[in-house]
Write a protein that binds this ligand. Structure first.
Ligand SMILES: Nc1ncnc2c1ncn2[C@@H]1O[C@H](COP(=O)(O)OP(=O)(O)OP(=O)(O)O)[C@@H](O)[C@H]1O
Ligand SMILES: [Mg+2]
Length: 375
């Protein structure tokens, strides 16, 4: 039986990755030209996928670049950052290779406790730093190691906004100072919290100000996404109205479009009609219901009503209009504005900004569809 070609997590291969050609080219060109990149988009648009796709292209084209990927989402301090970076370097340069061997020797100088993950045999490190100086010295040592390699290095730091949560006060300045000196490394700073990323990179008072080129990931082009979906379903055909439904119902938000296609594919239909697509969407919402009820318990009644209202309207520009407030019983304009802010902060609402207006959507597209149907 043909495997499900619609991934809902991770990156597998260029065949299962739709488009992003120009973004891949830009990222690659930045890497090759020593330009650092900030990669920004809302959650689940495909930032991490794009990094892996670009690294894969580097491998396929045998370009003289080593790609290193560090996810710092779960890190809480500079010490965790150093651990994550060291382990990521070991993924690219395994200890059996000559560079990996040298790297391990360097690491041992910092006296970490090294254990091996029984599941995959990967080294795991536990550092104990006696002083802040030792931490800084280690960080600099790691970056220096990459900087003196023969091959150019692309170092992608995913969920970069996390550094603002570290208790150490000087992390941004420290990283900026070190990264500036590393001419053999092209950095990719990736994040979904737009406001925090903007503060780090666009605030003139902060160390990283104007130091990178920004690459904003948008939705995948409609025509390209439909061609991709049709091709992956072959020999099963997809009706035009089913295709419109898939792209519209999921708002072409990559993860949600992938999930719906995955669900439809799993039903192994003879043909993808709009009825099949609708049935799959209903099943997804049923499976997600308990998650949505969980979210319900995290917000106030007024906030919940605001979410329902925005879901029903699809999107809103102004929550303070008298008509909107009255239609959905969401309290005063001041309260509505405050709730809007709080829900955006909690990532339950997605704010999109153009030069002329701000628009709000329920961030999780499935939650949006569920609210729309349920209330
Ligand atoms: N171009 C693509 N073609 C097909 N599937 C994709 C594509 N880009 C991403 N995906 C899929 O969409 C989902 C979300 O992608 P990814 O995790 O890369 O998003 P992200 O922007 O990094 O999200 P987050 O902000 O939550 O980290 C994944 O399941 C991934 O497999
Ligand atoms: Mg990601």
């Amino acid at each position: 039986m043909k495997e499900n070609p619609f991934l809902v997590r991770g990156y597998a291969s260029p065949e299962l990755f739709c488009d992003r050609e120009s973004e891949t080219d830009i990222l690659l060109s930045n890497i090759q030209n020593g330009v650092d990149t900030t990669l920004i988009s809302p959650r689940k648009y495909g930032k991490t996928g794009l990094i892996f796709h670009t690294f894969r292209k580097i491998l396929d084209e045998k370009l003289p670049i080593s790609g290193i990927y560090v996810d710092i989402f779960a890190t809480l301090s500079l010490k965790d950052f150093i651990k994550a970076l060291s382990e990521a370097i070991l993924v690219e340069f395994p200890e059996k290779t000559s560079i990996g061997g040298k790297f391990l020797t360097l690491l041992k100088g910092y006296r970490p406790i090294i254990s091996y993950d029984p599941a995959n045999g990967m080294p795991q490190l536990e550092f104990n730093f006696a002083s802040p100086n030792e931490k800084e010295y280690t960080l600099k040592g790691l970056l220096n190691f990459l900087n003196v390699q023969k091959q150019h290095v692309a170092l992608a730091i995913d969920e970069f906004q996390q550094i603002t949560e570290y208790p150490e006060k000087n992390v941004e300045a420290l990283l900026r100072t070190y990264t500036q000196q590393m001419h053999n490394i092209s950095f990719i700073y990736c994040g979904s919290k737009k406001t925090i990323m903007a503060q780090i990179f666009s605030d003139a008072a902060r160390p990283f100000y104007s130091s990178t080129r920004q690459l904003s990931l948008d939705k995948i082009d409609s025509d390209k996404y439909s061609a991709f979906i049709r091709e992956k379903f072959l020999p099963v055909t997809v009706d035009d109205d089913a295709m419109n439904y898939i792209l519209e119902w999921t708002r072409r938000h990559t993860f949600y479009t992938q999930s719906l296609c995955n669900e439809i594919f799993a039903m192994r239909p003879q043909a993808v009609s709009i009825d099949v697509a609708r049935k799959a969407s209903r099943e997804i919402l049923e499976k997600e219901t308990s998650n949505f009820l969980q979210i319900r318990s995290l917000v106030t009644d007024q906030q919940w009503r605001l979410l329902i209202a925005i879901a029903k309207e699809q999107s809103v520009r102004s929550v303070a209009s008298a008509e909107f407030l009255a239609k959905y019983h969401i309290g005063s304009a001041t309260n509505a504005r405050r709730n809007l802010e709080s829900l955006t902060e909690k990532e339950l609402l997605l704010e999109t900004i153009t030069p002329t207006e701000r628009t709000y959507f329920v961030y999780n597209v499935f939650l949006s569809r569920w609210l729309e149907r349920t209330y």
